[in-house]
Design a protein around this ligand. Sequence first.
Ligand code: GDP
Length: 182
Amino acid sequence: MADSFDEECDYLFKAVLTGDSGVGKSNLLSRFAKDEFRLDSKPTIGVEFAYRNIKVGDKLIKAQIWDTAGQERFRAITSSYYRGALGAMLVYDITRRATFENVKKWLQELRQFGSGDMVVVLVGNKTDLGHSREVSKEEGNSVAETEGLCFMETSALEKVNVEEAFMHMITKIHEITSQKSL
Ligand code: GDP
């Protein structure tokens, strides 16, 4: 569902961030939306979201990205979080294997509450901490292939692939929604 928005932009897309607590979701979002990294970031309670306008072809898209803002720690994410989302970025931490093991659980939730054709990008974050890596790139890739997801490794700290991961998701959403409206 791509809503007409206002004269400023052609479409408004909602996308959500999901994954375990502490994997870097809010830092990925602030990198993308404001180009900031917060070393002392403390998750707050209550959903947060950020906007960014992106030009795709001749269309101006307003991407509205929702962040769990710490609620995932309490399993308090409800169906309203996912409602209307056209895309999701499912994040794990490459230095914490447990966060990768939980990817399946987050996917189940996405499939339960989200729309069937949601664009899901699996993101292995914190590549700058390569010396503490517990999940190989191949493992990430393999889960993504099996589950039919896009896959990327990122570093919110060093600004590696963050823009690319979000842009990939947004461009894919745009492709799908524009095909539907043909
Ligand atoms: P969230 O709970 O998933 O939203 O995670 P946060 O964005 O709050 O990040 C949790 C912690 O990981 C914070 O201390 C961040 O500074 C740190 N962090 C996030 N992304 C990266 C990264 O790419 N590299 C490193 N080294 N630390 C990161």
